[in-house]
Design a protein around this ligand. Structure first.
Ligand code: HEM
Length: 387
């Protein structure tokens, strides 16, 4: 039995999912790192600990195929072959060509296109009342990443549905129906990307799939990389936008003149991605706790982002917070590859929304997705008096 502090925090409890931050504050004050029997590993609550774990090469993301492995092969294939589930040197081999192709996509070049998409989505909204998630926050990053990668915009609804089905597997103990849906989605998603890769191999276009098929990556690795980009490329952005917007509207706030500062605060204040797991490959000390090889350690990004040791008045949403070393994009070798794109999209979409609707207000209670790891709203009704 480990002689570390223990926590019985229930990450599936309705009140924790509704508002985990008071629970995090209480845990963090008592123990920055604690053994959590329910997940069979340690939870890390403080900024210093989360940052140290993510930087420590002795704590890795080690993929093991989900069981029954044959049945889950479509899901396993997409994960086994992608950078996020591997550590160096495999990670380096898988990340380098994608990072190079991504850099060639010139994020800044996309800015006018993002502005244009934001404008046209807003033009279709009814100021008397609309769901800002379904009509704005969701379609924007999906269209942007689809275009960048090279998937026709007509597939946007499928991309969103497949991605949603796959990410539900990241919550604790997914039920059989969720597993079935994820396997189906992984298989359909991979089939589409394989077809597109085949077409681009013969006739390259100005997109990421064309760049990737021309690299040293194998077929399954190209498919896994493209699916990762399409999923990671919108899932968190939707929720950062939704969570940040709700936090602002609930407090009657609007963005600072320097919108980029407000976007950083949105990223910090209510993290869209709450938990990432690592496994120790060697003995390692985190805070006062000795972790043995094979033991799991989960970092809680949302808790780190409210640590009073790092952020003044951490529970206050400050639209112009100047010093903001949040960990919403992670840190270390797995630092988010899409951070520059996500930041640009968020700045443009927040700016466009408040320019169009300066008096934007909530029109009813936002509806939570009800999940802990991927934190967000699936419906946020808003309204404005501006026509
Ligand atoms: C605001 C939106 C986003 C947030 C909060 C976010 C957050 C994160 C975090 C926390 C990680 C690290 C995971 C870990 O440490 O295990 C990560 C990794 C990653 N993200 Fe993002 N992300 C966002 C948007 C994007 C976008 C737009 C893309 C792509 C277009 C993207 C692509 C990736 C990739 C490929 C990785 C894996 C990097 C690696 O393992 O080396 N993300 N993201």
């Amino acid at each position: 039995m480990p002689s570390a502090p223990t926590t019985s925090l229930d990450l599936t409890a309705a009140e924790v999912i509704a508002d985990p931050y008071p629970f995090f504050a209480d845990e963090r004050a008592r123990h920055p790192v604690a053994w959590h029997e329910a997940s069979g590993g340690y939870l890390v609550f403080d900024h210093a600990g989360v940052s140290a774990v993510q930087r420590d090469r002795r704590l890795g993301r080690l993929w093991t195929d989900r069981e029954p492995a044959r049945r889950l092969e479509p899901f396993n294939l997409l994960h086994r072959n992608q950078m996020m589930e591997n550590e160096p040197p495999e990670h380096t081999r898988l990340r380098r060509p994608v990072a190079a192709a991504f850099a060639r996509g010139h994020i800044e070049r996309l800015r006018p296109r993002v502005r244009e998409l934001a404008g046209s989505l807003l033009a279709d909204t009814d100021p008397a009342g609309f769901d800002v998630i379904a009509e704005y926050a969701e379609p924007l990053p999906v269209l942007v990443i689809a275009e960048l990668v090279g998937v026709p915009a007509s597939f946007a609804p499928e991309l969103r549905a497949w991605s949603q089905a796959i990410v539900r597997m990241y919550e604790a103990s997914p039920p059989a129906a969720v597993v079935e849906a994820a396997v189906g989605a992984a298989s359909d998603f991979a089939a589409l990307v394989r077809d597109l890769a085949e077409v681009r191999r013969k006739a390259p276009a100005e997109d990421l799939i064309s760049d990737l098929v021309a690299t040293e990556l194998g077929d399954d690795e190209v498919v896994a990389a493209v699916v990762l980009l399409l999923n990671a490329g919108h899932e968190a952005s939707v929720n950062v936008f939704g969570n940040g917007l709700v936090a602002m509207l609930q407090r009657g706030l609007s963005p600072a003149a320097e919108v980029a500062l407000t976007v950083e605060e949105m990223l910090r204040f209510d993290s869209a991605l709450q938990l990432f797991e690592r496994t120790a490959t060697e003995p390692v000390t985190i805070g006062d706790v000795e972790v043995e090889p094979g033991q799991k350690v989960s970092v809680l990004l949302g808790s780190a982002n409210r640590d009073p040791a790092v952020f003044a008045q951490p529970d206050e949403f400050r639209v112009d917070r100047a010093t903001n070393p949040h960990l919403a994009f992670g840190v270390g070798v797995h630092f988010c590859l899409g951070a520059p794109l996500a930041r640009m999209e968020l700045v443009e979409s927040v700016q466009a929304l408040f320019t169009t609707y300066p008096d934007l207000a909530l029109a009813g209670e936002p509806e939570s997705r009800g999940t802990f790891v991927l934190r967000g709203y699936h419906r946020v009704a808003v309204r404005s008096a501006h026509a």
